[in-house]
Every structure is written in C-alpha cells, then in structure tokens.
Design a protein around this ligand. Structure first.
Ligand SMILES: Cc1cc2nc3c(=O)[nH]c(=O)nc-3n(C[C@H](O)[C@H](O)[C@H](O)COP(=O)(O)O)c2cc1C
Length: 201
C-alpha cells in the first residue's frame, strides 16, 4: 500500500510536520513491511501557478491523469499521486484557509485528476480514477480553539472536496489541532496517530 503525505506548512519540525509524522507512524503501525510512505514538503518544491489553459480539462477523459503543460516539480509529484492508495494532507489554517502553497498545489491537481462530470451540475469535476482511495486531513490553528472551528476553518472543507471530487479519495478522518500556541502540539499527538491508522486499517 502506498501513502503520500503532503505538508503545506512553511515550517519544518513544527506543528503540521510533527502531526503528519505521527499520522505516518500510525499508518505504518504493525504494517511497516507492506506500507510505503512518501512525504513531500510543498515548500521545498518548485510549483508554478496554474495558467487556466484548460489543456488538462480537455484531455482524454479515459486517461487516469491528464496532461499538464507546465514544466516544474509537479511532473514528479503527479505519478506519486496517481499511484497512491492513501493520502495524508496537512496544512496550517492561515486567515481561515489552507496556506498559499497548499492552495497553489491543489489548483494544479484539479483537472489533472478530475474530468468534467454531470453532477451536481454538468461540467463539475469528478475523479478520473476508479480506484478506491482513502485520505486523512490534519489542520492546525495558532489561536482558534476546537470549539470555534466551524467559523474559522475553511481549510478542511477545501481539502475534503479536493480529496472527494478530484482525487477520488474517501476522507476517513480529520484532525483540527486548535490553538496550538497555547495548548501545544503534544496534546494532539495521539489523535494524529489514530488518524493515520485509519488509512491502513
Ligand atoms: C499569515 C498567517 C495567518 C494566520 N491566520 C490564522 C488564523 O486565521 N487563525 C489562527 O488561529 N491562526 C492563524 N495563524 C497561525 C497558524 O495557524 C499557526 O501558526 C500554524 O497552525 C502553525 O503551524 P506550523 O507550526 O506547522 O507552522 C496564522 C499564521 C500566519 C503566518
């Protein structure tokens, strides 16, 4: 089983990086021999903005992955995404949303892994893949506690729709590590481990 972990934090060794590592440990627990994990820090990658050229959207709908005309590090990331059975997405919540680097990444995958579908309105993205995939989502906020998540976390809904509508991955769990500046990261460590286990359970 192949897991792809995608880190959208600007800082290594901090909240999201740490919690994604815990989720990876959970995914591998007792299954280290048959789980392969790739972990990407988006901040290390050269990822250009989508050009809205729509070459991908107009590509053959029978292809599992459409062509992107941009030549950058996404060329190496696309095959990893296509081959993955499970995804771990992690991003801080900045101004209520996923980080800019995560949003840039998500836009670059949209019509590469989706094709125009029929529902809820004709033309809306539907996954190209027919494989059953799974995903978990981890977000963190500096100040906003879990009680207030619904008003301050649009990152999870963005990533959820990316998983379901684009990647064809069922979201089997999410973690909101709220108010980490006050509460600390350790408090969410076990929850991240449990989340990871759901990917391979
Ligand atoms: C530009 C910016 C905007 C932010 N906006 C919010 C916010 O709207 N709500 C909040 O609670 N924390 C906000 N934060 C704090 C981050 O969510 C927090 O630093 C992050 O979750 C920590 O993740 P990291 O340790 O992986 O960097 C913001 C941080 C930055 C840099």
């Amino acid at each position: 089983m192949k897991i792809l972990a995608i880190v959208g934090s600007y800082r290594k060794g901090k909240t999201i990086d740490t919690l994604v590592d815990r989720a990876i440990e959970g995914a591998c627990a007792g299954r280290a021999d048959d789980v392969h994990v790739d972990k990407l820090h988006l901040i290390d990658q050269r990822i250009e903005y989508c050009k809205n050229c729509m070459v991908c959207r107009e590509d053959d709908p029978d292809k599992a992955r459409a062509r992107c005309v941009i030549s950058d590090d996404m060329e190496a990331i696309y095959p990893l995404m296509e081959e993955a059975d499970g995804f771990i997405f992690g991003t801080p919540v900045n101004m209520g949303q996923a980080t800019a680097v995560m949003k840039t990444f998500v836009e670059r995958t949209a019509w590469v892994f989706a094709k125009p579908g029929r529902r809820p309105i004709p033309g809306c993205p539907t996954p190209r893949t027919t494989r059953q995939k799974k995903a978990v989502i981890i977000v963190s906020s500096g100040l906003v506690p879990p009680l207030l998540r619904r008003w301050c976390d649009d990152a999870t809904s963005l990533l959820r729709s990316h998983c379901v509508d684009i990647l064809g991955a069922k979201v089997v769990g999410t973690l909101y590590a709220g108010a980490v500046e006050k509460r600390g990261i350790e408090r969410y460590s076990q929850a991240a481990h449990r989340l990871g286990r759901r990917l391979t359970a």
